[in-house]
Ligand binder design. Structure first.
Ligand code: NAP
Length: 305
């Protein structure tokens, strides 16, 4: 089979990947975006976004739809592929996917991240049986019930706010006595009457029969352990980058290291968005990084020609 050599392949069709695609097309590059899922990017599962300029409030799904329409109009070609490996062969990068091989002069990795697992007993057993990582997706199953959200960041607080209008009671279980989320979200969550905080506490075990019925909690200061009846456990303890497919320099958490031009440790390979080491993982930063990565990739390909 003849493998077409593209100028640029972008792996991942979330905000970073599609923005990179739009810029690459404008630079006249022969580019394709490979995306494994019909749900593009974590953003698609986000209930409300209020910090993307130009949209005071928009659902993640709708914003992603607009990105897609824009990319489509600009002429970005999206192709379905679950990429398993990216190999560097100097002037040629080989992308190995479940449905075949692709080749390009340059690659942008925009594979994003996924929710971090808590790593406690029962988490895997009760997945989709009371354990969830997405209130937007699974919240409606808990109407009028009692749920826990684990974590103290923007995601946990956002999940708790979504669930507070569905469940009868939401407990935020956090391992410290302070939230790390932004103050606007904190103000909102403290105002909700059906959200209660359980500070300095971790979940040690998730228990039940067919479905989640209770959790074993441990106060990390007193070491005291208590069982608590609960219908659902929503876990929001950070993100893990999807970066196993490429062997470039990464930090201890697996996020790809780049310079300000989005260049990774391999020449011709760039990274943008949630999979990249940064200080802020937001849609607004992802799109900017996508644009920079595309410009850098364009310059790289031009020098090759
Ligand atoms: P995060 O900011 O890293 O927060 C993770 C939270 O989980 C922290 O409170 C952390 O506790 C806790 N945690 C981590 N590991 C734990 C463990 N093993 N057991 C118990 N608790 C644990 O992650 P995030 O909230 O998922 O946010 C990720 C990024 O997305 C951030 O940049 C965030 O700003 C962004 N985001 C933004 C929005 C928004 O702008 N509306 C919404 C969602 C996410 P400690 O505090 O003790 O470390």
């Amino acid at each position: 089979m003849v493998v077409i050599m593209h100028d640029l392949i972008i792996v991942g069709g979330g905000p970073a990947g599609l923005t990179a695609g739009i810029y690459a097309v404008r630079y006249g590059m022969d580019v394709i975006v490979l995306e494994k899922s019909v749900v593009q990017g974590q953003i698609s599962l986000t209930n409300i976004i209020e910090n993307y300029p130009g949209f005071a409030s928009i659902s993640g799904g709708e914003l992603m739809e607009r990105f897609n329409d824009h990319a489509n109009t600009a002429g970005v070609k999206l192709q379905s592929a679950d990429v398993e490996k990216i190999e560097d062969a100097g002037d040629k990068k080989i992308i190995v996917a479940h449905n075949g091989k692709f080749e390009a002069k340059a690659v942008i990795i925009a594979t994003g991240a996924e929710p971090r697992r808590l790593g406690v007993t029962g988490e895997g057993k009760y997945l989709a049986k009371g354990v969830s990582y997405c209130a937007t997706c699974d919240g409606p199953f808990f109407a009028g019930q009692k749920v826990i959200v684990v974590g103290g960041g923007d995601s946990a607080v956002t999940e708790a706010l979504i669930l507070s209008s569905i469940a009868s009671k939401v407990y935020i279980v956090h391992r410290r006595d302070k939230l790390r989320s932004c103050s606007l979200l904190q103000k909102r969550v403290y105002e909700k009457e059906n959200i209660e905080f359980i500070w300095d506490t971790v979940i040690e075990e998730i228990l039940g029969e067919e479905l989640v019925e209770k959790v074993l909690l441990k106060n990390v200061k007193t070491e005291e352990k208590t069982e608590m009846d609960i219908d659902g456990v929503f876990i929001s303890v950070g993100i893990v980058p999807r970066t196993e497919l490429i062997d470039v320099d990464k930090n201890e958490a697996g996020f790809i290291k780049t310079n300000e031009r989005m260049e990774t440790s391999i020449s011709g390979i760039y990274a943008a968005g949630d999979c990249r080491e940064t200080v802020l993982w937001q849609v607004v930063t992802a799109v900017g990084e996508g644009a920079v990565a595309a410009v850098s990739a364009h310059e790289y390909v031009m020098v090759m020609e």
